[in-house]
Design a binder for this molecule. Sequence first.
Ligand code: NDP
Length: 316
Amino acid sequence: MSETPELLKCLIIGSGPAAYSAAIYAARADLKPVMIEGPLPGGQLTQTTEVDNYPGYPDGRTGPEMMDDLKRQALRFDTDIRSGWVTKVDFTGPIHKVWVDEKTEIHAHTVIIATGASAKWLGQPNEIRLRDIGGGVSACAVCDGFFYKGQNVAIVGAGDTAAEEASYLAKLCPKVYMLVRRDEFRASKAMEHRVKNMPQIEILYNTEVKDVLGEHAVEGVLVVNNKTGEERMLDVTGLFIAIGHKPATDLFKDWLDMDPQGYLLHDPDRTSTKVPGIFVSGDAADHVYRQAVTSAGTGCMAALDAERYLAAAGID
Ligand code: NDP
């Protein structure tokens, strides 16, 4: 005999800054939110070291410490945080259905999606090892560039993100090697032009990373020209990877509109989607800013939108 699924006012999917911020606002508005943490509790920030650009932390905080702070704040207002992975959703009716770990069915009047996105990596063993120990491999120049002030760095990629991040790094670093795997940019002409006009940036075309050197921190990057096979050692202490992100939104493709990269679309100036009661926040719906603080901001917006939706629908 199957049990009747619980019916919630507000279900939050995810556990990054957007999800916690949504939880804090929803809990304080008495929406009794339940949060399903997902496969990487704490989100992308648990994979970073120092976070120095989140307002309110004058001395900085590590990513995991910051997520722990957010979690404790959400718990203080009685957010029901559950481990588990949402494996299926059905947004056909006014009551939204969500399955956790393929077995537990939950019903909710509102769902806030905060599933985030993940950076793509080259997959080179030393790149991943040094990334995991905070040893100078990063996917966010805006977050980590400051730690390399006055030092030489390399950045991989030739899209708008790589061009934007290379320009950012060029303001801090005397030398920025930009490693482009083809003989042309993918970025817009304007961004390409900007990069080419910065004397600190040296563009190496047809160039790929062969190895990242250093035991505890990056001490150099070995690159290879994929046309000539010629190898060269770059004397850098930081390696930035800017080869794209993947939003964690596959689950919603039958229900919500998304752009060609999979980022969720929402109404202008709102977090609402084409499905009443479904709200989106954080990096899953933002390919432009992708910062912890902007993510937290949209999480707050989603909770406020959910609260107003419930009030308008007379759901108490
Ligand atoms: P993109 O997919 O546009 O570009 C990824 C880049 O990384 C490409 O140059 C690609 O090379 C390269 N790349 C991919 N895999 C590898 C690999 N294994 N080794 C080496 N290089 C690799 O991603 P972005 O994050 O740059 O941009 C995503 C979207 O966001 C785009 O639509 C972009 O326009 C937009 N955006 C807009 C901004 C703005 O308007 N200010 C700022 C940032 C992003 P290749 O070209 O050979 O495929």
